[in-house]
Write a protein that binds this ligand. Structure first.
Ligand SMILES: [Fe+2]
Ligand SMILES: [Fe+2]
Length: 284
């Protein structure tokens, strides 16, 4: 299974760059499943339904959110009728939307060709320097208890399980990834908006990267125009309203290749396209 995960889309610049890059990346890397975090797509805060539709049309199979999930109120009715848009699993019971989605992937070639392959995508949110939520470790363990990773094609086993861990602290993300090493195909972090250089396959076979980075203009403060964002630190005042930086975005993400039979990862490599950051493209 070839999976592309794209980190937090920020503002118009991020949306346009991802819409342009996603079809090309899908083709160049022969992607089976593409997941996009879009919690900052709408002017840095939330996601509007038309923007979600545009990302789905560009080739996203699943869209994830985060702490900015409800910043655009129009997304609340939309998420109830769009199960492939997910919010953190550990939001309280009764919260609209779901925390996971099962993608049906057309049969692959080789062993077991002919059977649909199922991939579970779930998002959970950390608690260190974040909102007070139910435990992401325990809620994920409870969700995973309903599924099995790997197994013969056509069996009840899943070809892959991908977790978007939305959190601030790399320690919490690493502890989470080690907790589920060998039980999920990949744990990819979001929320900090900075791509980390720690992508690796852990000893038990789970691919991990603390943060995929944002898809936005990196001449900014985590995607927002730098002058207003900087003044908030110099003066203890809210100051000017934050707005996304509008320069060319770098599309940041990560590419994961897994073994369908075991569901475990073979490799994880960063993807960076356009804008100010050094480009990175895995070998197809
Ligand atoms: Fe974000
Ligand atoms: Fe976030």
């Amino acid at each position: 299974m070839r999976i592309l995960f794209i980190g937090d889309v920020v503002g118009r610049s991020g949306r346009e760059a991802v819409a342009a890059a996603l079809p090309r990346l899908r083709a160049a890397l022969r992607i089976d499943v593409a997941v996009v975090n879009a919690e900052n797509a709408s002017h840095g805060f939330g996601l509007a339904p038309d923007m979600a539709n545009a990302l789905l049309e560009a080739g996203a199979d699943v869209i994830t959110l985060g702490n900015h999930a409800w910043d655009r109120k129009e997304i609340i009715p939309y998420i109830s009728e769009t199960p492939r848009l997910i919010r953190p699993l550990n939001f309280p019971p009764g919260t609209p939307g779901g925390g996971s989605f099962m993608v049906e992937v057309p049969p692959g070639s080789g062993i077991g060709a002919g059977a649909m392959r199922r991939v579970l995508v779930l998002q959970t949110m950390g608690r260190l320097y974040m909102d007070a939520l139910d435990c992401p470790f325990r809620t994920t363990a409870a969700e995973l208890a309903k599924h099995r990773l790997g197994g013969p094609p056509g069996s009840m086993g899943l070809a892959a399980i991908l977790v978007d861990f939305h959190g601030e602290a790399s320690s919490e993300k690493m502890a989470f990834a080690h907790s589920f090493d060998g039980k999920v195909s990949a744990v990819v972090g979001t929320h900090t908006h900075c791509p980390t250089a720690d992508a690796q396959v852990l000893p038990g076979g789970t691919a991990f990267q603390s943060d995929a980075g944002m898809s936005g203009d990196y001449d900014s403060v985590i995607g927002m125009a730098k002058d207003a964002a900087t003044m908030r630190f110099w003066r203890k005042m809210p100051g000017e309203r934050l707005a996304p930086a509008e320069g060319e975005a770098t599309v940041c993400g990560t590419f994961i290749e897994t073994d369908d039979a075991t569901g475990l990862a073979r490799r994880i490599e960063p993807v960076r396209v356009g804008g100010r950051l050094a480009p990175a493209m895995p070998a197809a």
